[in-house]
Ligand binder design. Structure first.
Ligand code: MOS
Length: 732
């Protein structure tokens, strides 16, 4: 089915099941610990051996020699795979061959061997007996140095411009020119990257933890040089991904190679200390922002340049993305510059682009409002735009940023905020409030599903869509129940298996809207099959209460299904609606902090998010997504920071003791409000993404609240107490 005209009224609009705050249907499996995660599959892999991955001990250079003799002789060892004996590895869409390093080493903890043994402990112990001699090469590990040699990236839009930024900025009566920095960050999901690989002849099955099943199949097949049909990926439950599991990683490749060498199924989990340097991270940025405005607060010039780094052949952090779309202004420019760094691969992490981009832009907007003597909400409202400001002939499909900010201000008690910073005290606490706009693009992705109705009235949905903790199972079940007029209990959802139709997968906050749209399309086919069987006109048939009705004739679906059942399969594809209309999601984040006047310690006291993201398919799961994202935003504001050893070239704090993320005690009361809206341009579901919108702007709102509390502006994240302690107001 092709979606190329705005959605009209359809069965989803009944909202009998969709739009309700239903519990997750996979909840009991999660809370009882019976949902099988990647490392826990037992069926068919009773004989599994254990693989332990050895990571490179240098950041750049090559392996001069490797001595495996002691490891081979160690107890329980079955096989050792290195680049020497792995056989030919080809590039996937990403350079997946590099998941196994050697002789060249591209980054610290790049896998150089997998040791397969009878037990996990034996594999780990033997891996320590491998002797590797390296020849080190010099590497670049410091973005502020490498920035000088950064160049425009080639595979993405590096620059954008409209009007004459330079002249307009020079002429503007009020200007800001500041530079901000965001650090490298880790996904730090709960479940490590893990895979069980089993070969049956030349066919490979991988039980793994992967957000994008079809990409994983393609990349594994390409890397091993085997047909795609010979690779099956199974990933029904995922303990968090945040973008770190979008692509095939070393656990999967090393398990596949280990299992081939051992002629046994092999289980590989990356140890926590391996994950930070072996896999991907959100790259650090340096961002220069210039804004020029008239004294009454109209932006006349806005410029945003961002520098980030990656391994050779990598890509930039798209930190200027929101600045191309968020505020009006006749004269504008953005630029991305990419430096070569020999740190581990930088890649997507929750709201890549906007999350770090807004960390800078939304502080700049706060600073500019202060220069103008304007309230920061009023300044944003004055510069709202209903069209893409770089391409004014392209309207937004929906854009209710102003309402998000105004409703949030009212609910949060914004009017009580003191415009003058450093003036509100609560005992030892300096108290402040901050705001930031939330913005994240809404992508729509082709997505397929099949549905089968049996003679017991059970409907089974199958799609390779994944649930990374987001609620996919539940919103998919709600969609199918709504379409077929069945109660939720009559729907069974099976996800995350490459033997199911290819879906949009979980990424870029497109999963919820796109995957349910695919289920919608499959259900339309099934409704047609039911109607055709009964001689009904499918356009007029009504599916409700387990029956299908036409006029005064009503047939139970159990009967319509017949002994063999009926099925429907389809893929929702998209025309050019998202080119004609800019589709984005919007919100306002509000944060109140206390800063200890003696120690400089920051505590978040209250948070509110107001989101406009199309139809909310399930307010409970959506709220959980936003709360989780707000929590992650607090981490970005106050804690998260991969510290680089700039001599050796690796992330030092590579475990959950050293890489700090918020815990319950760090997070106060959080509120989420969704504006009641539907977006007919997004899909027949009229929904949009929300899981990434929730993080976008949170860190800046927090930083702005800290400034409002202290009067000390920190432009380098995270805002740790050492960065403002010596400038706090005098004790009184
Ligand atoms: Mo997302 S960072 O595309 O999982």
């Amino acid at each position: 089915m092709k979606f190329n005209t705005p959605a009209t009224t359809n069965p989803i609009d009944q909202l009998k099941v969709v739009g309700h705050p239903l519990d997750r249907i996979d909840g009991p499996l999660k809370t009882t610990g019976t949902a099988p995660y990647a490392y826990e599959h037992h069926e068919g892999v009773a004989n599994a051996a254990y693989g332990h991955v050895l990571g490179a001990a240098i950041a750049k250079g090559r392996i001069a020699s490797m001595d495996l003799s002691r490891a081979k002789a160690a107890p329980g060892v079955i096989a050792i795979v290195t680049a020497e004996n792995a056989g030919r590895l080809d590039k996937g869409s990403k350079n997946t061959a590099k998941l196994l390093g050697g002789p060249d080493i591209e980054h610290y903890h790049q896998a150089v061997a997998v040791v397969v043994a009878e037990s996990f402990e034996q594999a780990r112990a033997a891996a320590q007996l491998i002797r590797v001699d390296y020849v080190k090469a010099d590497g670049a590990f410091d973005l502020s140095d490498a920035r000088k040699s950064a160049t425009p990236p080639t595979d993405t839009q590096a620059d954008s411009a409209r009007g004459d930024f330079t002249a307009a900025f020079a002429a503007a009566p009020v200007t800001l020119d500041e530079t901000y920095s965001t650090p490298d960050q880790a996904h730090a999901m709960m479940e490590p990257h893990a895979t069980i690989a089993a070969w049956t002849g030349d066919k490979l099955t991988l039980w793994t933890s992967n957000q994008m099943i079809a990409w994983g199949v393609d990349d594994m097949a390409a890397t091993l040089g085997i047909p795609k049909q010979n690779v099956r990926l199974v990933s029904p439950f995922i303990g968090g991904g945040f973008g770190g599991k979008l692509f095939l990683r070393a656990d999967a490749l090393m398990a596949a190679l280990g299992a081939r060498a051992a002629r046994r199924p092999v289980k590989v989990a990356l140890s926590r200390p391996m994950m930070f340097n072996n896999t991907t991270h959100r790259p650090a940025t340096i961002q220069r922002i210039r804004i020029g405005a008239t004294p009454d607060g109209k932006i006349t010039a806005v410029g945003h340049e961002s520098w980030s780094g990656d391994l050779p052949g990598g890509g930039p952090e798209l930190a200027v993305q929101q600045t191309r779309l968020l505020y009006a202004g006749e004269n504008r420019m953005t630029a991305l510059r990419l430096a070569v760094l020999d740190l581990p691969e930088g890649n997507a992490m929750r709201a890549p682009g906007e999350a770090p981009g807004l960390m800078a832009l939304e502080i700049a907007m706060d600073e500019m409002a202060e220069k103008l003597g304007m309230d920061p909400i009023a300044f944003r409202v004055a510069n709202d735009t209903q069209v893409d400001p770089e391409h004014p002939d392209r309207p937004f499909s929906q854009r209710r940023l102003v309402e998000c900010l105004q409703l949030g201000a009212e609910r949060f008690g914004w009017s009580a905020r003191a415009a003058q910073p450093g003036r509100v005290r609560d005992g030892d606490w300096l108290v402040g409030m901050g705001v930031a706009a939330a913005f994240r693009n809404n992508l729509v992705m082709k997505s397929g599903a099949r549905v089968r109705l049996d003679n017991k009235g059970m409907l089974t949905v199958e799609t390779d869509m994944t649930d990374i903790g987001t609620g996919s199972y539940t919103v998919i079940a709600q969609t199918a129940a709504e379409m077929m007029g069945l109660p939720l209990e009559k729907v069974r959802v099976r996800l995350g298996d490459s033997s199911f139709p290819v879906s949009a997968g979980s990424g870029g906050q497109w999963g919820g809207n796109s995957s349910t749209a695919g289920v919608y399309a499959a259900c339309v086919k099934l409704r047609e099959a039911v109607a055709q069987k009964l001689g009904f006109n499918s356009a007029d048939a009504v599916f409700a209460n387990g029956d299908v009705r036409l006029g005064n004739r009503s047939v139970p679906l159990t009967e319509a299904a017949g002994a063999d059942g009926l099925s429907g399969e389809d893929t929702m594809e998209y025309g050019d609606l998202s080119e004609k209309y800019q589709q984005s999601t919007f919100g306002g984040h509000f944060v109140e902090v206390g800063v200890d006047v003696v120690t400089g310690e920051v505590r978040v006291r209250r948070m509110l998010a107001v989101c406009a993201a199309g139809r909310i398919l399930n307010p409970k799961t959506a709220r959980s997504q936003v709360i989780g994202a707000m929590t992650m935003g607090v981490g970005a504001a106050l804690m998260e920071d991969l510290k680089i050893d700039k001599r050796l070239g690796f992330f030092v704090n590579h475990d959950l003791a050293g890489y700090e993320v918020p815990v319950h005690a760090d997070i106060p009361h959080q509120d989420v409000i969704f504006l009641d809206e539907t977006d007919p341009m997004s899909s027949p579901m009229k929904a949009k993404g929300v899981g990434e919108l929730g993080i976008c702007g949170v860190a800046a709102a927090t930083a702005n609240a800290i400034y409002n509390a202290t009067g000390v502006r920190v432009r380098d994240y995270p805002v740790t107490l050492d960065k403002h302690l010596d400038r706090l107001p005098e004790l009184s």
